[in-house]
Structure formats: C-alpha cells, structure tokens
Design a protein around this ligand. Structure first.
Ligand SMILES: [Zn+2]
Length: 193
C-alpha cells in the first residue's frame, strides 16, 4: 500500500507540492485507491477539489464513481486548463480518468504542484491495443510517486495489467464495463489479439 511520505512538508522555502500518479488496467482498483487517499485528506479537514474529464459520463455527472460504488463528489471539466481556474486555494487536487485529458494536463499538474498543492491523478496506462495511453507516459515521468495497481486476469487468474476489449471497434474512447472489457495478463492479452 502507498504510504504518503511527506505530506505538506515544508522546507525553508515554503510548502512543498508534489505529484502522485495511480495507474493500471481496467478493474485494477485505480479509482478506489484515489478515493482512499482523498477521503483520508478530507477526514483531516484538508481542502480537496476533485476533477474528471467531461467525456466520462458513465454514472452521475458530479461523482467520481468507482466500480464498487464508493463515491466522492467531483467536477467534470472539458479541458485540462479549466482545472487551474477551478482548483482555487485547495490543498489537494484529485483527478480521475486522467488519460482522457489533453496534453496540457502535464503542464497543469506541474503548475499545481509548484504552487504547493498535492496532486493525485488516476488513469489507464495502456489502451486496449496495449499501447501507452497518452498523456500518461508524460505524467508518470513528472510524478514524484507512481503506484501501479493490478487486476486479476479474467482468463487464467494471473496478475493482469492489460485491458482486453471484447467488442470490435478502433475508437480509443470507449467507456465501459464488464461486458466490453476484460482484465488480462500479458500472455492471455496477446493470445487472442
Ligand atoms: Zn491470463
């Protein structure tokens, strides 16, 4: 489990911000882990703002919702830069489904952390073809802390890090549930491709 090393630690030059990224395949518990970290900050009465891309309309518009229905209020935004305007003077910024943002999100994360905020982002690191999901590679590079979570392969029970799409179609943005995707290990992912 991720243990926060130095939250809100101040140096002689002021409060230090940083970037955390939680990545993994579908059904790996990324959002649950994001919610766990954000809830603990909320319990400590820290000011928390949560965002998600407006493209994700799977459940309710204003909730980051994970598959186990553990929910937390969030604001849907169209562009990464909108987060800079809306983050205000909060201490912690949470962003879910971060892979669906434009490349500006890298800059946005850096600006927020530079201003002393704790930035926690969760997202898919690979698309359904097994390719890195832009802009995740850039976000992983600028993060101080990276947590890769895993699912269980739905074919063989091994550790899974791939999202296998059961239906046809090349559209990268295809949000879905258990009838469209399966978590797969490397071997089972490439066997059926
Ligand atoms: Zn497998």
């Amino acid at each position: 489990m991720f243990i926060e090393p130095s939250i809100g630690q101040s140096s002689l030059k002021g409060k230090n911000g940083h970037v955390e990224v939680i990545c993994g395949s579908m059904f790996s518990g990324k959002t649950e882990e994001l919610i766990r970290r954000l809830n603990r900050a909320l319990i400590a009465r820290q000011k928390v703002e949560i965002f998600k891309p407006a493209v994700d309309k799977r459940y309710h518009d204003f909730d980051v919702v994970s598959h186990n229905e553990n929910t937390i209020r969030s604001t849907p935004v169209q562009f990464a830069n909108d987060i800079l305007l809306l983050a205000g003077n909060c201490e912690v910024v949470g962003i879910d489904e971060v892979q669906f943002f434009d490349n500006q999100i890298v800059n946005v994360a850096n600006i927020l952390a530079k201003s002393g905020k704790r930035v926690i982002m969760a997202g898919l690191d690979m698309d359904f073809e097994g390719h890195p999901f832009e802009p995740m590679p850039q976000l992983l590079a600028i993060a101080e802390y990276v947590t890769k979570v895993h699912a269980i392969c739905m074919k063989c029970g091994a550790l899974a890090s791939y999202s296998y799409r059961l239906s046809e179609g090349k559209d990268k943005v295809m949000l879905g549930e258990k009838d469209i995707y399966e978590a797969r290990c490397r071997r089972c992912f490439y066997e059926d491709k």
